[in-house]
Write a protein that binds this ligand. Structure first.
Ligand SMILES: [Zn+2]
Length: 417
């Protein structure tokens, strides 16, 4: 059954060409049409902009219930203490219901912000088995496409590392779409890294790995392995996997920059997270132009990530508005070239953007940086289906999701005491 968007002002996400048209959207595709059948499902877009919806290159649904939680036992003084006292305390307490609530709430925020495809990196060391399917089911319920993985690490011992490998094997064998997830080099031993690359090869996918986010990752790598992080990943065969994505890459030296550039692999920038954790800022323009954007679990708003990348990138990288926009949209290229499903042309966002100035093909980027924000997202179409209509979810009840999340959040905070 086709959906017709009537009276749309369509902006091509690559050329910025503006077309006033009716759009026929199906489960496979979308086309401009003149006529609408009388019995068709029609959504009137008069006065609104329509363009391709958004994607998130790196998320952590497991952090959803952290918002407003009580202070940790010790106030962290560096990046490793942030992990120990905040994230590794939280993720050890997650159970299946908390994971489900986290995923539903994150998916809801993504949908309402116009994000229809999410690449997630999950950790719940004492609820590993089945966790990726819980997340997949929650995302499916809201209507968000996904590319998932579990965070492999030796930080909690061999049994939990093995459980993570088994969870990937189970999820991918069952037809799930995913990467092989790794925490960061400093918590991943040589055997686990080798097993991860083997598993990625088996399932024709790549690694999704936190890479030199803080200087401590490099220092540990040199101490334990006699080489830097990207060199280590390269020697293990990770860079040969076409779908591998490297998260952060804040502290690479010239040789590592050359390896990344030469490999053709993608980096995911999460500038607000880097600022929040005070780990420094990369000059990606000196590494590669294959950079896309994520949120690192801080929120689910990719328009916000794009503006943050622009504002921070100006001084350090000379990043322009067009450069920030390209990073925001590069994920579509990554998904397409990797052969993943869920980001076709039938993923659209309808923006109720009542600008005080004219929107044209020539000035659209100025509106993108200085005008558009997630409050303008009114209706969202994912794989040809309306999943948000006039600001509200269509496939699930928002009040139910929020109250479930609050209940699970309270349980989580109690457990963390
Ligand atoms: Zn992350």
């Amino acid at each position: 059954m086709a959906l017709y968007l009537k009276n749309a002002t369509f902006i091509d996400w690559q050329t910025f060409a503006i077309t006033k048209t009716n759009i026929k959207v199906t489960s496979n595709d979308m086309n401009f049409v003149d006529d609408i059948p009388t019995d068709a499902e029609v959504f009137d877009c008069k006065g609104k902009l329509v363009t391709k919806s958004f994607c998130c290159g790196h998320h952590h649904i497991y952090s959803t219930l952290a918002r407003g939680m009580p202070a940790p036992k010790k106030i962290p003084e560096n990046f490793n203490e942030i992990l120990t006292y905040i994230w590794w305390t939280l993720d050890k307490c997650l159970d299946r219901d908390m994971i489900e609530a986290s995923a539903l709430a994150s998916a809801m925020y993504c949908a309402k912000n116009g994000v229809t495809f999410v690449i997630d990196h999950h950790a719940s060391p004492f609820a590993v088995e089945g966790s990726l399917s819980i997340i997949a089911d929650a995302f499916d319920k809201i209507g968000i496409s996904h590319l998932l993985c579990y965070e492999l690490s030796d930080r909690d011992g061999q049994d939990i590392a093995q459980a993570g490998l088994d969870e990937h094997e189970r999820f991918l064998s069952a037809g799930g779409q995913g990467h092989i997830g790794l925490h960061a080099s400093f918590t991943v031993g040589s055997t686990l890294l080798k097993q991860s690359v083997e598993l990625a090869n088996k399932f024709n996918t790549g690694l999704h790995v936190h890479t030199a986010e803080a200087m401590a990752d490099q220092e540990a790598c040199v101490k334990d392995h006699g080489k830097r992080v990207v060199q280590r990943l390269n020697d293990a065969g990770a860079m040969e996997l076409a779908q591998t994505i490297l998260i952060h890459c804040v502290h690479l030296d010239k040789i590592e920059c050359g390896i990344v550039r030469g490999s053709g692999r993608w980096i995911v920038e999460n500038i607000e997270s880097n600022q929040n954790n005070n780990v420094g800022q990369a000059n990606y323009n000196q590494i590669t132009d294959k950079v896309m954007l994520g949120t690192d679990g801080m929120h689910s708003d990719m328009l916000r990530s794009a503006k943050a990348a622009f504002l921070a990138g100006q001084a350090v990288e000379g990043l322009g508005m067009d450069g920030a926009y390209n990073r925001f949209r590069n994920i579509h290229k990554y998904i397409a070239e990797s052969g993943f499903k869920g980001d076709g042309d039938n993923n659209l966002v309808v923006l109720d953007y009542n600008s005080p100035t004219e929107v044209t093909s020539d000035n659209f980027i100025g509106h993108f940086i200085y005008g558009l924000d997630s409050s303008h997202v009114s209706t969202v179409i994912s794989n040809g289906e309306i999943i948000v209509k006039d600001g509200l979810l269509t496939k699930a009840n928002e009040t139910d999701i929020t109250s479930y999340a609050r209940e699970m959040g309270n349980r989580l905070w109690d457990k963390m005491k």
